[in-house]
Every structure is written in structure tokens, then in C-alpha cells.
Design a protein around this ligand. Structure first.
Ligand SMILES: Nc1ncnc2c1ncn2[C@@H]1O[C@H](COP(=O)(O)OP(=O)(O)O)[C@@H](O)[C@H]1O
Ligand SMILES: [Mg+2]
Length: 227
């Protein structure tokens, strides 16, 4: 079987946190991993193991103390400020455990606003938002505000928003952590559909055994490393 391209390559990532007057808390102790494109890879591990910290570093939301992250061959730590946000905007989408949707805007606006911030006209952004919301099965919820949507629907809007710029990779941090089993299953099916139809690469932190089961590749985080 031929391997897909390696889309994320992390080498020897170290990260510590310091609390005033306390000794240093070493969270990542030399994490290396390779993520294949067009697949669903999952990261499992105990609470507090450093999974969110790692996902934030791999996606350029946070920096490491040591090590290297390459995404599509680009060393993301060599990019700064504007260049990094442009790179992230072009290649990366992120879905959080809590949807982080803007409460005062409806579903279509929540997906369209990031597109407009990056220079799309309102007309085009709204059209694209409607297409994406159709893709995630929410054509009949375009003008619902987050509070008028179920938890599962909120997460599907968050996925549509993450897809807005056609990213290569979607990072998701415990995306079904607050969902019941029916809504979780719907979200899992959506990830599989997006992998197969749009060839999106997923790197997902999860505790959900069903989602782990769907993973093409499973990484285990333990003692500050990946196995
Ligand atoms: N900004 C921070 N400052 C200090 N400690 C932190 C910070 N972020 C995370 N930690 C600590 O690092 C450890 C790993 O956190 P996290 O990456 O959120 O774990 P996980 O997602 O696997 O549950 C935890 O013990 C947490 O308290
Ligand atoms: Mg976490």
C-alpha cells in the first residue's frame, strides 16, 4: 500500500509551563510524530497528558520551547505574526470542544464572517457559508443563532466554519466531548464524509472510543511523549 504524503511532521517538541515560584512543569518531553494526509488520525491519552497543548503547538496557536513542526514542508515556527496567520488561514481549520460561535450572529453569519475578514465580499461569503452548511446537513438552520441550535448542530456549524477557507487540515480538540451519543455519531460520520469527499486531513484529540475506532491512525500520549 502506498503511503499518502506526510502533511504534518513534528520533531522533538518540548514544552514546559512555569508557575510563579514553583518548579517547572514539563508537559511535552520530546514529541515526534508524522501525520499522513487525507486520513483521520486521533490522539488519545489521560486528562492532563498534554494533548491540547500539543494540538495548539502543531496548529501554530502556541509555540514550543524546542523542536520543529513542518506543515506541508513549511517550518511553522519560522513564520511570524502576519505570515503565520496567513499560513494558518490557508491550510488549517480548528474545532474546539466548546463551539466558540459568536452568540449574536446566526449560523450563516458565523461561517461567513471569517471569510469576510479575509477579504471576501459579503455576497460570496454568504453563498459559500450556505454551501458549507448544506454540506454539514444544516441547510434548514441557516438563520438560527447558536442558542437556538442543539449541541450537535453547534459543532457542525463550527466544522463548517473551520472548512470555510478550504483548509488541508482540520484539528479538533475533543469535538464530541459535550455531545450525547447520537450527536457524536453524526459528527463522526461527517468527519468520515469530509475525509472521503473533500480529502481533508483530520488530527483529532478524543476520549470517545467510537471516534478512536474510526481513526486510520491512533497516537497515544503518555509521559510527555507520543507512542
Ligand atoms: N497555560 C498554562 N499554564 C500552566 N499550566 C498549563 C497551561 N496549559 C496547560 N497546563 C498544564 O499542562 C498540563 C497539560 O494540559 P493539557 O494540554 O490541557 O492536557 P490535556 O488536553 O491532555 O488534558 C496540565 O497539567 C495543565 O494544567
Ligand atoms: Mg485537553
Amino acid at each position: 500500500m502506498t503511503m499518502n504524503e506526510i502533511i504534518i511532521e513534528a520533531k522533538n517538541i518540548h514544552k514546559s509551563f512555569y508557575k510563579q515560584n514553583e518548579h517547572k512543569l514539563e508537559i511535552l518531553k520530546g514529541v515526534s510524530l508524522q501525520v499522513e494526509s487525507k486520513m483521520i488520525s486521533v490522539i488519545v491519552g489521560a486528562s492532563g497528558a498534554g494533548k491540547s497543548t500539543l494540538l495548539h503547538i502543531l496548529s501554530g496557536l502556541d509555540n514550543a520551547d524546542e523542536g520543529e513542526v513542518k506543515i506541508k514542508g513549511t517550518n511553522i515556527f519560522s513564520l511570524h505574526d502576519d505570515k503565520l496567520s496567513k499560513f494558518r488561514n490557508k491550510h488549517i481549520g480548528f474545532v474546539f470542544q466548546f463551539h466558540h460561535l459568536l452568540p449574536e450572529f446566526d449560523a450563516a453569519e458565523n461561517v461567513a464572517i471569517p471569510l469576510m475578514i479575509y477579504g471576501e465580499t459579503k455576497l460570496k461569503a454568504v453563498k459559500r457559508a450556505e454551501e458549507l452548511l448544506a454540506l454539514v446537513g444544516l441547510s434548514d438552520r441557516l438563520h438560527h443563532k447558536p442558542a437556538e441550535l442543539s449541541g450537535g448542530e453547534q459543532q457542525r456549524v463550527a466544522v463548517a466554519r473551520a472548512l470555510a477557507n478550504n483548509p488541508d487540515i482540520i484539528f479538533a480538540d475533543e469535538p464530541t466531548g459535550n455531545l450525547d451519543s447520537i450527536n457524536s455519531e453524526a459528527l463522526h460520520n461527517l468527519f468520515v464524509k469530509l475525509r472521503d469527499e473533500l480529502k481533508v486531513t483530520f488530527l483529532i484529540v478524543t476520549h470517545n472510543p467510537q471516534l478512536v475506532g474510526l481513526g486510520d491512525k491512533v497516537f497515544e500520549m503518555k509521559d510527555g511523549k507520543i507512542f
